[in-house]
Ligand binder design. Structure first.
Ligand code: PHE
Ligand code: NA
Length: 454
């Protein structure tokens, strides 16, 4: 059988694919977003619903994205078109890829702003500016940073440049080596933080908050945000995994890779939770303090912890690196598409898209200051982009993708690409993709529209 590789190149080894998708999935979603979402939505209840969503919706969808990407070997738009073509279906399914690219672009624009916060904290720890803060000072410090648009503008610009730089070389070069070292260091640092958090004596509170399920919290909204978070944290519903799957060689087992990635992503989120919530309870902070949670708890930790300045610096460095690898993956689908569509060079596509994302990012950055009066449903631009992409656009993308791969794409494509050990395993995947994924996403949407309470 002839072996076609993508025009964008291919991964040197299956491990590189796993590392790249891990690099995409582990990011601000786990470290910044997970703790505050759990804090706002009932802790253990949120965690359990989110894990169910990862298993029943996330993993089958991740497999579907890899199938389509590896089969088409192009950007998501053209891989979808190719999968529709061999199945004698409407080529308009490619617009699903276009919607995903757009979603990635929107996510990028607030992701980069959060990365700018991280970069600032990195420097503040290095220079000792937040060396001995307490809770009140840390809270004030973050509030002032949000309004300090000049500094954030520098961070945002720097971050966009870093992303464009890697995109210009192609995501395959260098990324795997970096991620291979980053993940073990990140996990090690997290374990150190968890150990320190235990010394506050509030670990039992954190555990009962994070692992205690209560029906009281199961509302339509919690279902929606837990499901949305499963999409966001696994980089699903917008074509990232499809784009990376396009560079995966034919022989590799998709199922095993996907389970490993999902488990690692969840493990890291839980470790972050175990590091942060003891501090929250020890200092009587509110678990539901929103996007600032990470930024007001951690400085306090690093101020008190022996060697905290060094550990804090290393920690924010790892967070910045994981944010970097995730941001690259947000822009890869649109970059690959521009190369195919307009036959431009990779660096040209990367610079152009980077610039466009930078502009929207600047508007997002000002949404805490000069543009704070731009609100929709009382959400500023930052919160609006964060909410709409995570909880609406990604799940809709995922639902349509499941409908396409379950009902329209020919079964033989999925069978061949998945290459599962047994027919039963294939049927489980197909059952999830055909029924469980679209129906549960649909039901959760409808419940939210009509504000159904359980
Ligand atoms: N999964 C990334 C995170 O958890 C964010 C992301 C979403 C990256 C969608 C790519 C695509 O931070
Ligand atoms: Na993640």
């Amino acid at each position: 059988m002839p072996s076609f590789s993508s025009i964008h190149g291919s991964w040197s080894h299956r491990w590189v694919f796993i590392l790249a998708v891990t690099g995409s999935s582990v990011g601000l979603g786990n470290i910044w977003k997970f703790p505050y979402m759990a804090g706002e939505n009932g802790g253990g209840t949120f965690l359990l619903i989110y894990i169910i969503c990862v298993c029943l919706i996330g993993l089958p969808l991740m497999m579907a994205e890899v199938i389509i990407g590896r089969h088409g070997r192009l950007s998501p738009v053209n891989s979808l078109k190719a999968a529709a073509f061999v199945s004698n279906k409407n080529p308009r399914w490619r617009y699903l890829g276009a919607m995903g690219m757009f979603t990635g672009f929107l996510i990028f624009s607030f992701y980069s702003v959060v990365a700018a916060w991280i970069l600032h904290y990195l420097l503040a720890l290095l220079t000792g500016r937040i060396a001995d803060v307490g809770v009140d000072q840390a809270t004030r410090y973050f509030g002032e940073l949000l309004l300090n648009t000049e500094i954030l503008l520098v961070g945002h610009t720097f971050f966009v440049c870093l992303v464009v730089w890697v995109l210009s070389f192609g995501v395959r070069r260098g990324l795997d080596r970096a991620i291979r070292y980053m993940m073990p260091i990140l996990i090690m640092l997290l374990i150190m933080l968890v150990v320190y958090a235990t010394s506050t004596g509030y670990m039992p509170h954190a555990i009962s908050f994070l692992f205690h399920f209560d029906w009281y919290y199961v509302t339509a909204e919690v279902l929606l945000v837990a499901m949305g978070h499963a999409f966001f944290t696994l980089s699903l519903g917008m074509g990232t995994v499809m784009a990376y799957g396009a560079y995966l060689s034919e022989k590799e087992s998709i199922g095993r890779s996907v389970i490993m990635i999902g488990a690692l992503d969840t493990l890291i989120a839980i470790l972050v939770g175990l590091a942060i919530f003891p501090i929250v309870f020890a200092y009587q902070m509110a678990p539901a303090s929103g996007p600032s949670l990470l930024f007001v708890t951690l400085p306090v930790v690093f101020a008190q912890m022996p060697g905290g300045q060094v550990i804090g610096f290393m920690f924010f460095l790892m967070v910045a690196l994981t944010a970097w690898s995730s941001a690259i993956s947000l822009m890869e689908p649109i970059t690959a598409w521009m190369i195919e569509k307009f036959r431009v060079k990779r660096y040209q596509a990367a610079v152009l898209m980077g610039f466009a994302a930078w502009v929207l990012g600047v508007a997002t950055l000002y949404s805490f200051g000069a543009l704070s009066h731009w609100t929709v449903f009382s959400l500023n631009l930052f919160d609006l982009l964060n909410f709409v992409t995570t909880n609406i656009l990604l799940p809709i993308g995922g639902m349509l993708l499941a409908i396409f791969s379950g009902w329209f794409m020919s079964e033989s494509v999925a069978k061949k690409e998945l290459n599962l050990p047994s027919n039963g395993a294939f049927e489980i995947w197909q059952g999830c993709i055909r029924f469980i994924v679209p129906i549960s996403i649909g039901v959760i949407f409808v419940m939210n529209l009509y504000n159904v309470t359980l």
